[in-house]
Design a protein around this ligand. Structure first.
Ligand SMILES: [Mg+2]
Length: 165
């Protein structure tokens, strides 16, 4: 049951994604979380670094999209230049946002990768849909009590995952 929370891959940041290897394995669609995955929470616009990495994925041939739990204003501002297909207020781990993206690009779960920084929303949601899930280290650690509690749960899950390996 805990396996539902285990990412398929753990990386420090999105720049470490081996896009060519994913392409080789048959993946064609990359879905990204925004906050703390592509940019820090307070960063309103896409950074040059985030944009460059996404453009590299696109150059290989990947479809790229955003699925965020944040509001429309945040997502649209971030997406101003990138102009990716995007879903805001997705309420991950609910699956409809990711499903909507797959439907838009006519992709199957077997062709889709979900990349995010949170186990309880991004990874759990992606796993339930059967996507390939990549967990990245949050760009910025939020120290509010709610997030601290979430991080503790995540640390527990990752510990269990390591014990299994
Ligand atoms: Mg996030």
């Amino acid at each position: 049951m805990l396996e539902q929370f285990f990412p398929d891959l753990i990386l420090n940041e999105i720049s470490e994604i081996d896009a060519a290897a994913l392409w080789q394995k048959g993946y064609r669609l990359l879905i990204f979380d925004i906050d703390n995955t592509l940019v820090a929470y307070h960063e309103k616009d896409a950074t040059q670094k985030a944009s460059r990495i996404i453009r590299q994925f696109q150059k290989i041939g990947f479809q790229t999209a955003l699925v965020s739990n944040n509001n429309r204003e945040r997502v649209e501002r971030f997406n101003q230049e990138l102009k990716l297909y995007s879903v805001s207020r997705a309420m991950k781990p609910f699956q409809w946002g990711m499903r909507k993206v797959m439907r838009h690009f006519q992709m199957t779960p077997q062709e889709t990768v979900l990349c995010g920084d949170q186990i309880l929303t991004d990874i759990f949601g992606g796993n339930r849909l059967g996507l390939y899930t990549i967990l990245v280290t949050p760009i910025e650690i939020n120290e509010s009590g709610f997030f601290r509690m979430k991080r503790r749960i995540e640390a527990y899950i990752l510990k269990k995952m390591k014990e299994r390996d």
